[in-house]
Ligand binder design. Structure first.
Ligand SMILES: Nc1nc2c(ncn2[C@@H]2O[C@H](COP(=O)(O)OP(=O)(O)OP(=O)(O)O)[C@@H](O)[C@H]2O)c(=O)[nH]1
Ligand SMILES: [Mg+2]
Length: 306
């Protein structure tokens, strides 16, 4: 495909078109992904999550600057599941990241739910593949950790960083939000505010010292707005990457990711076929029979699976 050749050659407009193509989930998607996939495998994918307003975009923006200093290329995708359009919050993200405009080693894009069938987690995986193929060494995925969709998206990440602020509540709330299980690193941002040390202490206590664990989850203090703590944060992310590489964690995550991807392809293909059947005359009859209690939903499912 000419579009992909241009994308691989570094053409940004073609990359943007490929991403829109993936989001739209049109009929030629398969040919596109089939061509992109063999070119992937280089990028390290970092998920950044945390409560709204914690400073994820600011932390990301500063991290991007550090990554650029190391000479590597970086793409950022901001997930915005709440809005079918690129709404206000994302516009804000763009403005904050303007410091990187004009730098061809940085690519920033937001992803909404405009894809059909609510396939945000599948779209985001394929967008990451495209960015990886396009030669970005790092892909950062920013998503507000507020719901299942957002947490699902993070399954594509090789490392997850949870950004918290004193206002976001105590460590109990972190546990409740399911953020403890997914964090490879914690960042306590806005350390210029009071109470941040208390949160840092609570998190350290909650993580505990696990002598047997090969990776001790770090709790980093940052003031992203004032460029404080970012170098240390980047160093720790790199340490995690080295650890994951050395101990086979990266391979494990890649395998899990591919399993998920294959399952999702099968599920969405099956769902499409069954939905078409449902909308046929005989299909409508089966649905009507379930409504009138002549069949159970399980019996109908058997029928549709035939
Ligand atoms: N005081 C202080 N404010 C900060 C710091 N870092 C970020 N902020 C401010 O916090 C606000 C939210 O920052 P964002 O980076 O947009 O936070 P976010 O987590 O990306 O927000 P959403 O994407 O909307 O969930 C902005 O006004 C930032 O300027 C910091 O270290 N200290
Ligand atoms: Mg943001």
């Amino acid at each position: 495909m000419e579009l992909i050749d241009k994308m691989l050659a570094g053409d940004r407009l073609s990359l943007a078109r490929v991403i829109s193509f993936i989001e739209d989930r049109g009929e030629h998607l398969r040919a596109l992904v089939d061509e992109i996939y063999p070119k992937t495998g280089n990028a390290f994918v970092l998920g950044i999550t945390g409560p709204p307003g914690a400073g994820k975009s600011t932390v990301t923006d500063k991290l991007v600057a550090e990554i650029r200093k190391s000479g590597k290329r970086v793409a950022v995708i901001a997930i915005d599941p709440s809005s079918p359009f690129s709404g206000g919050a994302i516009l804000g993200d763009r403005i904050r990241m303007q410091s990187h405009s004009g730098d061809t080693g940085v690519y920033i894009r937001s992803l909404g739910t405009r894809g059909k069938h609510g396939g945000l987690s599948q779209s985001s995986k394929e967008v990451v593949m495209a960015l990886d193929a396009a030669g970005f060494d790092w892909v950062i995925v920013e998503t507000a950790g507020v719901g299942q969709t957002e947490l699902d998206v993070l399954k594509l990440a090789h490392a997850v960083c949870v950004v918290l602020v004193p206002e976001s509540g105590d460590s109990i709330q972190v546990m409740k939000a399911g953020l403890m299980e997914i964090a490879d690193l914690f960042v306590v941002n806005k350390c210029d505010r009071p109470e941040s040390d208390k949160l840092v202490r609570e998190l350290i206590n909650m993580i505990g010292m696990n002598e047997a664990a090969m990776w001790q989850i770090p709790v980093l203090k940052t003031q992203a707005l004032h460029d404080q703590g970012i170098v240390e944060f980047f160093t720790q992310v790199c340490s995690y990457r080295d650890y994951a590489l050395k101990h086979g964690k990266l391979e494990e995550k890649r395998a899990a990711f591919i399993e998920e991807e294959i399952l999702e392809i099968i599920w969405s293909a099956n769902a499409r076929v069954v939905r078409e059947k449902m909308h046929s005359e005989s299909g409508r009859k089966i649905v009507a029979e379930v409504l009138s209690k002549k069949r159970t939903p399980y019996e109908a499912a058997d029928k549709f699976a035939e």
